[in-house]
Design a protein around this ligand. Structure first.
Ligand code: 5AD
Ligand code: SF4
Length: 455
């Protein structure tokens, strides 16, 4: 029998990349990927804990999949990702109905073993064609106990996400990540460079480096930096320089940095030739008092000056940000500080979020979540409307200019991909352009879409 799996991924790019690694484990076990949970024998939900609404979707999913078990008693439902990571006292698990496996991300190396325990039939899968080793009573990955060493099943040949770090030690007071993903752990430089070089050989053009504070990267094996490296102080800037030297890689992107680690070398690295013309730099609030309560370790002026410095170094760079509205005690004046800062920084895009208390965090213990949900919604719309207005205006400036687009998709005569400024761009073309970088002359610009002709 051919067993089938379906993975549903919530949350950030880190989770998407973790799912790519799990796919690789399941494919190596001989399982086949299917498009819907209804067709699957193993359903895995890769959860996100950033907000209540994200966790609610996992509770809902578990309820729905429990119903599928009536017709398919051997169905295995699993939850991994941030929820099991932060749920030390299993309070969340108790609310999940009929979930068979509940494991933190790093335990994906034990997936073959865990699945075989639930259904011994999995052992009958022909292991000869896989890179799994069978031992007496355990089925283990023939790779390593370190999950980041599992080669992911990349979504396509020309783009890849590369985690350089997991976890975070910063403890912003609102954030569940340090609890869900543990302390900051940096990946060896040699592993990162080897993965990127291998990808480049296989035709990969765009690399996105991932980390919770990506610009706080520290190489455990700095001897692998080249002697010619342009930078000397900041390991992340040095890493960017190294990736720039990899033949075949044409675009480099990274997310997410923390403002306090944007030193002169990292700012300079924004001018390296393969760096895309976009930076995502979360600010969270434009009020010094709110930033202090969030434990962001910088004030409003520091951030505004930083944006000025970045724009002076790389004129024309597009900048995106994350903002939380309605954090504990956020007054109308403090919210207005955020609105004013938004205008001053002239962001190209932002991801506003309504504050949602995360159990176990400092904010949950020390402050009152006292901005009403209606007021949070109102503030969210104020920022959303402001973003739309500014983004629309800024997009008009692309008309008549040429954008460099990595084509990701083709449908009905239209090619689609992101420009170097991370603007979704459409143009008439054919399927053979997928995976190529194409120059497109922009003739029409909307809030979320640029349209043009290939030059
Ligand atoms: N409530 C709302 N938004 C949050 N974020 C992180 N934690 C919370 C929370 N408790 C947002 C931040 C972060 C993004 C990934 O999610 O803006 O940058
Ligand atoms: Fe969370 Fe702050 Fe760490 Fe980012 S820096 S992951 S917001 S604790």
């Amino acid at each position: 029998m051919q067993y089938k799996y379906n993975i549903i991924t919530f949350g950030c790019q880190m989770n998407k990349n973790d799912s790519e690694r799990m796919e690789s484990v399941l494919c190596n076990m001989g399982l086949e990927k299917v498009g819907t949970p209804e067709e699957a024998d193993v359903i895995i939900m890769n959860s996100c804990s950033v907000r209540d609404s994200a966790e609610d979707r996992i509770f809902g999913g578990a309820r729905n999949f429990a119903k599928l078990k009536k017709n398919k008693p051997n169905l295995i439902v699993a939850v991994t990702g941030c929820m099991p990571g932060r749920d030390k006292d299993k309070k969340l698990f108790k609310k999940l109905q009929k979930v068979d496996l509940y494991f933190p991300t790093a335990d994906m190396v034990k997936l073959p073993d865990m699945l075989c325990k639930l259904n011994p039939d999995f052992r009958k899968i022909n292991l000869a064609s896989t890179n799994l080793l069978s031992t007496d009573d355990k089925l283990v990955l023939g790779l390593d106990s370190e999950y980041l060493k599992i080669t992911p099943k990349y979504k396509n040949d020309f783009q890849a996400f590369i985690p350089i770090q997991t976890g975070c030690d910063h403890f912003c007071t609102y954030c569940a990540v340090p609890y869900a993903r543990g302390r900051e752990k940096n990946r060896p430089l040699q592993d990162i460079l080897e993965e990127i070089k291998k990808l480049a050989k296989n035709g990969c053009k765009e690399i996105t480096l991932l980390g919770e504070i990506v610009n706080h990267y520290v190489a455990l094996d700095p001897e692998f930096f080249s002697k010619e490296n342009k930078y000397s102080k900041n390991d992340f800037a040095k890493l960017l320089w190294e990736v720039n030297q990899v033949e075949g890689i044409e675009r480099i992107h990274w997310t997410g940095p923390h403002p306090i680690y944007m030193d002169d070398e990292v700012i300079d690295a924004l001018t390296l030739p393969k760096q895309i013309n976009f930076l995502h730099l979360p600010v969270q609030s434009g009020s010094t008092e709110v930033l202090r309560k969030m434990n962001r370790k910088h004030d409003r002026e520091f951030f505004i000056d930083l944006i000025k410095k970045i724009k002076a170094k790389k004129p024309g760079i597009s900048i995106g940000t994350d903002i939380i509205v309605g954090f504990c005690g956020e007054s109308l004046k403090e919210f207005q500080d955020t609105v004013d800062m938004y205008k001053e920084c002239d962001f190209d895009i932002s991801y506003p979020a309504k504050y949602s208390t995360r159990s176990g965090t400092v904010a949950d213990k020390a402050f009152k979540d006292d901005v009403s949900i209606e007021e949070k919604k109102r503030r969210w719309f104020v920022l959303q409307d402001l973003m739309k207005e500014i983004t629309y205006k800024k997009n008009q400036k692309f008309i008549g200019k040429t954008a460099s687009v990595l084509v990701e998709r083709y449908k009905d005569g239209i090619c689609a991909g992101n420009s170097s400024e991370m603007r979704l761009t459409h143009f008439s073309g054919d399927k053979s352009l997928v995976g190529k970088i194409v120059e497109v002359k922009i003739k029409k610009a909307d809030t979320w879409l640029l349209e043009g002709d290939m030059v």
